[in-house]
Design a protein around this ligand. Sequence first.
Ligand SMILES: [Zn+2]
Length: 102
Amino acid sequence: MSGSQTVTTKRWIARDHFWDDYPPAFSAKLRGRIRKRDSFLCQRCRKSGWIVHHIDYDKSNTRFWNLVTLCKVCHGMTNWRRAYWNTAFDLLIQWKRNNKRR
Ligand SMILES: [Zn+2]
């Protein structure tokens, strides 16, 4: 079983250009749901995006509201000034969540 797990992880890396191992809960299906929620748009620049980013940088935190769709350019920016992005996306997601409830 561990062998097939490794193959799956490698496939993710190939498709989404991830360089780290992600937990099985962070599946293609989950990422698909996040992209759909965000209308396949980067939530920072509103261009089309496909990278699902962890807002709190914790890859094991796969809650719906910890994930946000970004384009490659914006995702590259999130690797620095982490505290800033953390706050910015947190606010964005809170706003989204509140609007959905109304
Ligand atoms: Zn972007």
